[in-house]
Design a protein around this ligand. Structure first.
Ligand code: HEC
Ligand code: HEC
Length: 370
């Protein structure tokens, strides 16, 4: 269960004065310059919640270590791609924060890893991290025992992690390739898995059924593994829990500018995302509508935005310069402060094990240069 500590900020007389002055300026029609670094009038826990210590597993796919182990092998095994050369890890690799460090991803005709991966066909979207996907949706939903995380993808088209897992397998550009039709690939993969004794054993151990190698079970195992991939609480979480010295003064200024600058209208909750598609989103021209991005570990998952068009975190923040239609009045001076704050969301202790081999005996992760 996530802890929801309430930390009430008691306004000092100075803060009250500054807030009153800012309010008076607004009322008189003069915009205050930049976003204020003053303590916001609401407690921080009105905007953010500490990151949960562990995932809530759905009742129709409860956790088991056997499922996790199977899911991990499947995640790294290129047997799931038509040409047996791409795995989930080709585009979601721990070295790149479980994303791939590219603007767009290269799937079936690719060689290499991350920015060094070469090939011709690219995905239409930037690969997001799969870390913390167990917590997607917590911003909008009270977490109860029947909480189901989601939805997923930039356009939110997959309701659950189980639904999501089948999509890259069916996608011609990501994993299927042109050698198989969409309706052919799943029967082909299930037959391949059944022919490998270690997979037959792993599926039997994970699922109680006479014929455990099914599409549903494949998706459940992948989802179970991914639900265990998460970042641990950072100094920001300790700050939210009431440890006032966990952030430095400049970081608190950045946090306050993030709130007073309107960022929390969309970037809220434990992942700093409401997981909604908003009308007034930051990247608008000629681009599809996408959901608010999570900002957990954002320092580790450059480049940014659904098209990877912003190379650095500073560039991503600078996108909001002067956007008063978003309710923000950020100026150059504010970017660095906000960046300092966003770096407090970084945790580098996340799981990054790479299995030494996969049951198919194909190269671990696919043609990624291991
Ligand atoms: C060729 C690169 C590639 C491969 C291979 C790949 N993915 Fe992805 N993944 C992406 C891209 C790109 C997106 C964003 C697509 C979109 O939003 O339409 C994505 C999105 C996701 C998401 C959604 C994350 C979120 O926050 O919405 C999950 C989960 C995921 N992938 C898991 C997997 C799994 C599991 C596999 C293997 C079965 C896999 N991916 C294979 C590139 C890849
Ligand atoms: C109206 C909702 C909204 C507001 C307000 C908003 N954002 Fe965003 N933010 C988004 C959306 C949507 C995306 C993804 C946009 C895309 O990929 O094209 C995003 C993406 C980002 C990213 C890139 C994350 C990544 O991994 O690609 C950063 C950094 C960011 N926002 C910071 C901020 C800051 C700082 C503010 C306040 C100045 C802010 N946002 C205000 C909706 C919002």
């Amino acid at each position: 269960m996530p802890v929801r500590n309430i930390r009430t900020i008691t306004a000092t007389p100075a803060t009250t004065l500054a807030t009153t002055l800012a309010f008076a300026l607004l009322m008189s029609g003069c915009e205050p310059e930049g976003a204020s670094g003053e303590t916001p009038s609401q407690p921080y826990t009105d905007f953010f919640t500490p990151i949960p210590e562990s995932a809530v597993f759905p009742t129709d796919n409860p956790f088991s270590e056997e499922k996790r182990v199977l899911g991990e092998f499947l995640f790294w095994d290129p047997i799931l791609s038509g040409g047996m050369n791409v795995s989930c890890a080709s585009c979601h690799h721990p070295e790149f924060g479980w994303a791939d460090g590219r603007d767009f991803s290269i799937g079936v005709d690719g060689m290499g890893l991350g920015p060094n991966r070469t090939g011709v066909l690219e995905t239409p979207f930037h690969s997001p991290t799969v870390l913390n996907t167990a917590f997607t949706g917590i911003a909008r939903t009270e977490v109860s025992d029947d909480f189901v995380s989601g939805p997923y993808f930039w356009d939110l088209r997959a309701a659950t992690l189980e639904d999501q897992a089948i999509e890259p397998i069916r996608s011609e550009v990501e994993m299927r390739g042109s050698g198989f039709l969409e309706e052919e690939i799943m029967p082909e993969l299930l037959a391949r898995l059944a022919a490998i004794p270690q997979y037959a054993d792993l599926f039997s151990a994970a699922f109680e059924s006479a014929e455990p190698i099914t599409e549903t079970n494949l998706a459940q195992a992948l989802a179970t593994f991914q639900r265990t991939l998460k970042t641990s609480p950072t100094r920001f979480d300790r700050f939210l829990a009431g440890e006032e010295t966990a952030l430095t003064g400049p970081e608190v200024v950045g946090l306050n500018k993030f709130i007073n600058g309107g960022c929390t209208d969309c970037h809220s909750g434990p992942l700093l995302s409401d997981v909604l598609i908003r009308e007034n989103q930051p990247v608008q021209v000629d681009r599809p509508a996408v959901r608010t991005a999570s900002l957990r570990n954002v320092e580790r998952t450059a480049p940014y935005m659904h098209d990877g068009s912003r190379r650095t975190l500073r560039d991503a923040i600078a996108l909001y310069e002067g956007r008063d239609d978003l309710g923000v009045t950020l100026e150059d001076d504010d970017f660095g402060d906000i960046e300092n704050f966003l770096r407090t969301l970084t945790d580098d202790t996340f799981y990054r094990d790479v299995p030494p081999s996969v049951p198919s005996q194909l190269p671990v992760g696919g043609d990624i240069g291991n």
